[in-house]
Design a protein around this ligand. Structure first.
Ligand code: COA
Length: 221
């Protein structure tokens, strides 16, 4: 019964977002590729509670490159590129900023996390041209499955699978699979395959710590 209600709500949400999807796709076709997703993701980010989670999942499943089944995008979170991907059962907390990023399945992203395409969006080599006009580079960024990005982390390089990025970390270079990395800049302090400390083990136990239901404001926020 519960899953029938849920399926019905998902279908209702998909129907409700269709006018916005049509407007977004029309703007994109008219040449405003990322302008369209930026504006519409700002509008959808303001819808509170479970309706917001359902409507955002429905809207982004049509307008991002991928927004997987049971993905939860929380209040205040913004996307700037329609090429971004969000995997199945991935949770993104409140007030995150997501660039052109491929986020795999079962990823947990706490609140106030920024994921950006490297740190060289603008060149800084010339003084006769404003920084905003100097060409830079956008690095492709991926976040591997089952990784957990802590509160207020800033991620500017790819994160492997099954990683943990500590709260407040600044990720400037790629993080290998299974790594626990913390600090500014982030450095690897542990390998999840070799954890023996009971506190770490219990903290990383998915059923107790990582299961956040869609719409829940999260311990992260
Ligand atoms: C990364 C994390 C999981 C590490 O937990 P842990 O494996 O139990 O780590 P420990 O407590 O054993 O700490 C190991 C070392 O890393 C340091 N450390 C841990 N977390 C840190 C962080 N976020 N930033 C900087 N240093 C950190 C500790 O001070 C310790 O340093 P020391 O060896 O010099 O004393 C945890 O600290 C963390 O940041 N979790 C994210 C929490 C969060 O954002 N929750 C939001 C809700 S989802």
């Amino acid at each position: 019964m519960k899953s029938l209600i849920k399926r019905t709500l998902v279908i209702v949400a998909h129907v409700m977002v269709l006018p916005a999807v049509a407007a977004c796709l029309a703007l994109r076709a008219a040449g405003g590729k990322d302008t369209a997703i930026t504006g519409w993701s700002q509008a959808f980010s303001l819808i509170p509670g479970t309706p917001g989670v359902l409507l955002r999942q429905a809207f982004f499943s049509w307008t991002l490159a991928r927004c997987g089944r049971d993905a939860c995008v929380s209040f205040g979170t913004l996307f700037s590129h329609s090429s971004a991907e969000v995997g199945n059962s991935t949770y993104i907390g409140n007030y995150c900023s997501i660039g052109d990023v491929q986020i795999d399945d079962d990823v947990l992203i706490a609140s106030h996390v920024s994921i950006m395409n490297g740190c060289r969006q603008h060149g800084i080599g010339r003084l006769d041209v404003p920084v905003r006009e100097q060409q830079g580079a956008c690095e492709p960024i991926t976040i591997g499955c089952d990784s957990w990005i802590g509160e207020r982390a800033t991620v500017a390089a790819s994160v492997g699978r099954h990683c943990v990025i500590g709260a407040g970390a600044l990720v400037l270079s790629p993080i290998p699979d299974y790594a626990v990395a913390v600090g500014v800049p982030a450095r690897v302090i542990k390998d999840r395959r070799h954890l023996t400390d009971p506190i770490s083990d219990s903290r990383l136990d998915p059923p107790t710590q990582l299961a956040l239901s869609p719409g829940e404001s999260s311990t992260a926020g």
